[in-house]
Design a protein around this ligand. Structure first.
Ligand SMILES: [Mg+2]
Length: 281
């Protein structure tokens, strides 16, 4: 499959979903000239949504972070996170009381937004364990991987409460050649120990795509064939977009390099509709 110019692909669609990490930014900061790409999308007048497997902070803080990096004009209301899906679960399931979380204080905003009381896993002990109504894995930092994971295992052994993984990614790139263990990797360890599958949110699952699709349809009528999903990862962005029935673009600015794109596509059977070098070119 030959790479195409992003703008020529975009011109066939009426709305666009962009992944964040590996598409708009990466470990080094913003993708060079990404402001030009966002400006172009704005010029077309088409709605844009950022779909990110990130539960470490709220859309408000993520929008502020884009701004701090120097990217202007992404509104918090345009950002859809896997953390928001976890929040919806807590609201819809009518959870009450304290929700234990693995993550930073920023990530606990998702529990506060559900009108529930967050309690850091580091504050959970024998005396208050019975008050916990759910456990949410929000981030890979903000807790002690030894002490607090032991608390998590014991809490979930003793009490029949749901465990929610708000970001299923197992690793994320931190430099050209190195990765770090992500939230889904930490949760996977606990799932493995308990022999239990937790409730997972984030791409490739359809909830975020559905949420974005419903938001667009509040603006005006959109069909799935009008929407383009852009991502750097085959098994999340592209698989999720394909399953949801929207067109997909693989970009080569993140997880999938130009050298390995064809091999990975062949090996996984996850086939994007297009490949573009980046959203800028
Ligand atoms: Mg990505």
């Amino acid at each position: 499959m030959r790479t195409k110019s992003f703008n020529s692909v975009l011109s066939k669609y009426k709305a666009v979903f962009l992944d964040s990490y590996g598409v708009i930014k990466n470990h080094a900061g913003l993708i060079p000239d990404v402001q030009k790409a966002i400006n172009h999308i704005r010029l077309t007048g088409m709605p844009l949504r950022v779909l990110t497997n990130d539960a470490s902070r709220s859309p408000l803080l993520l929008a502020e972070n884009f701004d701090k990096l120097g990217l202007r004009g992404i509104k918090p209301s345009e950002i859809i996170t896997s953390g928001m899906m976890a929040k919806e679960y807590l609201v819809n399931k009518g959870k009450k009381g304290k929700v234990a979380y693995l993550g930073t204080n920023n990530s606990a905003d998702y529990i506060r937004d559900a009108d529930l009381e967050p309690i850091s896993i580091s504050k959970v002990n024998e005396a208050n364990m019975h008050e916990i109504s759910a456990v949410v894995f929000l981030d890979d930092e903000g807790y002690d991987w030894n002490k607090d994971l032991n608390t998590t295992v014991n809490l979930l052994r003793k009490y029949q409460i749901p465990a929610i993984v708000a970001n299923s990614d197992v690793i994320y790139p931190v430099s050209k050649n190195n990765v770090a263990i992500a939230t889904g990797g930490v949760a996977g360890l606990v799932e493995n120990i308990l022999g239990r599958d937790f409730i997972h949110y984030g791409k490739p699952d359809s909830q975020m795509f559905m949420y974005g699709f419903e938001q667009l349809n509040k603006i005006r009528k959109f069909n799935r064939k009008d929407i383009l999903m852009v991502g750097d990862t085959l098994h999340t962005d592209i698989l999720g977009g394909n399953k949801f029935g929207i067109s997909t673009v693989l970009v080569l600015t993140g997880n999938t390099s130009a050298e390995e794109a064809q091999i990975k596509i062949k090996a996984t059977g996850v086939i994007p509709d297009y490949i573009c070098k980046s959203i800028v070119e």
